[in-house]
Design a protein around this ligand. Sequence first.
Ligand code: BGP
Length: 513
Amino acid sequence: MSQLLSRRSVLSSLPGALLAGMLPGCAGAPKPVNSPSAPGGLRLGASSPFPADFAWGVATAAYQIEGAASEDGRGPSIWDKFSKQPGATFEGQTGDVACDHYHRYREDVELMRTLGARAYRFSISWSRVLPEGRGQVNEKGLDFYSRLVDELAHAGITPYATLFHWDYPSALFDKGGWLERDTADWFAEYASIVVKRLGDRVTRWMTLNEPNVVITLGHVRGIHAPGLKLPPEKAIVAAHHFMRAHGKAVQAIRAAARPATHPEVGVAFAFAGYYPATSSKEDLAAAEEHTFVSGERALFSPAWWLDPMLRGSYPADGLSRWGKALPENFERDLDEIHQPQEFLGLNVYWSDPVRRGADGRPEELKRPPGYPRAANDWQPITPQALYYAPRFAHGRYQLPIYIMENGLSVRDQLFLDGSIHDPQRVDYLQRALMRLADALRDGVPVRGYFHWSLLDNFEWSDGFKQRFGLVYVDFTSQKRVPKDSFAFYRDVIQSNGARALAPTTVAADVVSP
Ligand code: BGP
């Protein structure tokens, strides 16, 4: 079942209670809108607003690229187990070998050096470091990350490390996983071990990647590991523990890091916000308001997760719907969850149009038939998300923003001339960066952009079917071939963004706003 269900169809297939009030209210065709500072149509020679120290980067995650699943003492994670269940992933594919990055990391760092990447976001496999999730440390596992970090230093690339990118240790899942309150302490212990070993060279840390996706797809819909189909009331408890794990890990990172290294800590959140259907002030306000509604869709919504972490309280609308499901005395945990962070990481792939409805409430709109989409179907082509997500997130949380993931799945193939031509990705990347530039021009402090992904990789329940890389990977030979988008992004980085804003005729209306 699972691989046929697109992961982003999540919102339309949640259980009844979560679904109510979430479907598009109307099929009215929205008028094209342009971002406030950048009218569509012809753009000529816009100047680059990207700061000189902008973190131009690429992103990956451990289980999706490393392989070496049972080598050098690594313990199993829930993804090792889940991907081996019949029907769980596309064609039964697993991350056992993936991109074999564990053995080829030097080659991959060299690719990044050629790209001119200034920063690399990768994740650490918890069960490679602690095969049982806690207790005995696997030094060989830590050594791998230490070698990787040294290699990055040689190449002049700044490491941005994520401590948890979905591969929860199986041994701890057997002890209750995110439903168990102690999971927060287990995670903080692990964070401390990693930071003690790598913190002399790694100073940018993310606690969690997309906890809202883990809970929604892995604990409610069962299409991601661990494959649970919990009632939403239980998932609310698991989400609360996730937030406590975040808070405790932030404290553990700061305690384990040497203060002189000035560690910066944040979270990477799947930020699926909304954009205004027209350029009217009313629609802009409706889109912003709707982005932070939690209520019925609490488990996926930014406010449900980020308000406790960054403002110290659950949002009122979500609380009135789900308050009874929260653990007793949950208020006592809020100080622990609410920790100072240096930045907010957003993973931005798409967003939906909203206008101010006739009844004064925000109203979601359907897209016109034939609206362009990525190869994975869940991602409509909406580069304007790169303007509105950082703008709205910064407006509410007042933190510097990083785009920690953004990219496009394309049906890439090797052409007769030996190259991988991926004009869709090049076009998308340019449009996305133009919108991000608009956000910077409008004063949003965006500190970096990480393209998902460096390499084609194991895309969770879609296996190797979805290709997101700037580098094509032949999964039989493990040969890497940089795509046309690699060369484009290299030029973008070299020109500090100017290449993406170079004189171009933009058919803004092709993808509406
Ligand atoms: C994000 C994940 C990434 C990556 C990306 C692409 O949600 O953080 O790990 O997988 O999405 O999406 P998918 O793998 O669903 O195609």
